[in-house]
Design a protein around this ligand. Structure first.
Ligand code: ACO
Ligand code: OAA
Length: 380
């Protein structure tokens, strides 16, 4: 017992303020810098949302050009990153690959040196964020290609971020329907206030550590199945169930075994995730494009049965999993895709934390053994 009020998992606690995004479970809305995420997904390329999150405003043409000129040289897979990835065991977890790649990039950025001089400036950190944002697609795409015994595909300067990502993964120019669905998914995944991985990044940034260390920590937090790892688990669930008519018996067994059904539930949204309708619509266009009504039938049957039985709604990972599958990504690549999207949210939060820093260090109510003497110890 303790006299302190404990909030396990920090549930319901406001740990700080943020101007980057607002999650409102009552109105079921998500705003990035004031803009509804659905409107951004309908109109913006992912790279414009990156500048919005970092700078607070949608970019002008000149600013987008700045991003293009400064980002595209960082699109190719660097030799040192490829060597580090190739040195990992073939069965390494894809999130371990991404974490390793970001560590290599961070070490080469030489951030550690400037820590002693008060840390990098905001401009330096925005430039680092841009380089990392530009470099991640080649790393994620190579992860998938390496698993299938393929060599990297060099990036193309003439393609948008979303087109180029798909190009480097598959080695062919993607259909506009697929590019649009992919761009939407990246925007929807980009930012979500104080989720576990972003909070991890902020804790690390609050010690005045460097940007890449904070991103590496965030990747570790995102890897878990209660957070980003769920989009991959959704596809395993689909594979396990097989067809829509098997949903009922499968759910009977899963619930009897007290299994968590991945892609459902959320710490903040209790009446449905604001991003799901937009991603569900994108999944619908992909299902039509690839003529896969069987996949949609399974999706709908599982959603209907689970909501009916438990009153717990799907989160973004539920439509994203099958959507990424249709886009030709293998299942292990799903959570790394989340990294490539969320890196713009993480880095925006690292910048914000550094601008108004307070070391994040909560208290813990002690419940261990009362004070006692070490056997054999005697007072000096
Ligand atoms: C993009 C994202 O990161 S979104 C989150 C992705 N994660 C998942 O999809 C994993 C599955 N979902 C979950 O584990 C949870 O819903 C979480 C972790 C996301 C949110 O959890 P919390 O807010 O801590 O709620 P908590 O886990 O306590 O759930 C409350 C109750 O609902 C149940 N519940 C919640 N989600 C699920 C689920 N997906 N399947 C089965 N039961 C569930 C819990 O077992 C618990 O039941 P109990 O009160 O009988 O013990
Ligand atoms: O907000 C959360 O806790 C998890 C989530 O949906 C996200 O990070 O996108």
């Amino acid at each position: 017992m303790t006299e302190h009020e404990i909030h396990r998992g920090l549930a319901g606690i406001y740990a700080d303020s943020t101007a980057i995004s607002r999650v409102d479970p009552d109105s079921n809305s998500l705003l990035y810098r004031g803009y509804p995420v659905q409107q951004l997904a309908d109109t913006q390329p992912f790279e414009a949302v990156a500048l919005l999150l970092w700078n607070g405003e949608l970019p002008t043409q000149d600013e987008l050009e700045w991003l293009r000129v400064n980002g595209r040289p960082h699109r190719p897979l660097r030799d040192d990153v490829r060597a580090a990835l190739d040195a990992l065991p073939p069965g390494a977890h894809p999130m371990d690959e991404i974490r390793t790649a970001v560590s290599v990039i961070g070490a080469r950025e030489g951030e550690g040196e400037s820590l002693h001089e008060g840390g990098p400036t905001r401009e330096e950190n925005v430039a680092r964020s841009l380089r990392l944002f530009a470099a991640l697609p080649a790393i994620v795409a190579y992860g998938q290609r390496r698993r299938h015994g393929l060599t990297p595909v060099p990036p193309r300067e003439d393609l948008t971020y979303a087109q180029n990502f798909l190009w480097m993964t598959h080695g062919e120019l993607p259909d506009p329907v697929v590019v649009d669905a992919f761009n939407r998914s990246m925007i929807l995944y980009a930012e979500h206030t104080f989720n576990a991985s972003t909070f991890t990044a902020r804790v690390i940034a609050s010690t005045l550590s460097d940007l890449h260390s904070a991103v590496v920590g965030a990747i570790g937090a995102l890897k878990g199945p209660l957070h980003g790892g769920a989009n991959e688990m959704v596809m395993h669930t689909f594979d396990e169930i097989g067809t829509a008519d098997a949903v009922g018996p499968w759910l009977d067994q899963a619930l009897a075994a007290h299994r968590k059904i991945m892609g459902f539930g959320h710490r903040v949204y209790k009446h449905g995730d604001s991003r799901v309708p937009t991603m569900r619509a994108a999944l619908g266009t992909l299902v039509e494009h690839y003529d896969r009504p069987d996949l949609l039938a399974l999706y709908e049957a599982l959603e209907r049965e689970f909501v009916e039985r438990k009153g717990i709604y799907p989160n973004l990972d539920f439509p994203s999993g099958p959507a990424y599958h249709l886009m030709g990504f293998d299942t292990p690549t799903f959570t790394p895709l989340f990294v490539a999207a969320r890196v713009i949210g993480w880095t925006a939060h690292i910048l914000e934390q550094q601008e108004h820093n307070a070391l994040i260090r909560p208290l813990a109510a002690y419940t261990g053994a009362p004070e006692r003497q070490v056997p054999g110890w005697s007072a000096p």
